[in-house]
Design a protein around this ligand. Sequence first.
Ligand code: SF4
Ligand code: SF4
Length: 260
Amino acid sequence: MRILRTVVQMIFLGGAVALLAKGLAGVVPANHNCEAYCPFGGIAALFPLVKYKAYTCRLTELNMSLMISALILTIATKKSFCGWICPLGTLHDWLRKLGSKIFGRAFYVPRAADRWLVNLRYVVLVLVLGLTWTVWGGDLGFRAYDPFYIIFTWGGHGTLAFSVYIAIAVVAVALFVPFFWCRYLCPMGAVLDPFSRAGGLRIRRNTDSCTDCGKCDRACPHRIPVSQVDEVTARDCTNCLECMVECPEKGALELSCYGK
Ligand code: SF4
Ligand code: SF4
């Protein structure tokens, strides 16, 4: 399962890197970049679509289709978009593993602070949409602050001198604090949250086979207490399946549809 997920992650991350390489080499116009394939573009386009009756900047129907696809995928499989597809999610996943190897541990934010900080992503979402509607006049002004755009265009139009520091900071922090951007700041994660809560494909714990060893809790990169629930409904579950892989008891954890 781990291998399958890694292959899928490599395909999508590889696609983003290929677009970046083509852009840097001048093989494709600078404005044909990862932005064209970003599902969050579908959300960002909503307000300008209402206000100006037109897609803003380089956004097209493709972004809208990808946004709808991401929502459907999330209703079906929780945040597997983040855990399997999003190149920035993959980058965070691999940086988390690299950081653990280098430092021998991960530096998680204390749970009391974490409970508050997770709400920051809703603030970011409101800010992005509000500023797109007002100050940026329908333009995608958040490009300059968006690590996905900055990293996978590296100097794309709309980035500013300080943008590179944002990308470096996000990468550096991800080595210490697993999924810092995804967990606390990603506006796409905020959009997916309610759909993920209702997501059908869930990890189910068979209490007859489970020995309460807690290995699944320690394996979960999102610190979900798998051993304390009958089924994982947490909005942050990306169905990465690390808990299933690490569980030593056959059949104690399995994939289910709404716990069935
Ligand atoms: S790792 Fe498996 S056996 Fe151990 S607590 Fe989790 S579900 Fe139960
Ligand atoms: S380890 Fe299990 S509970 Fe945690 S995110 Fe992955 S699939 Fe979900």
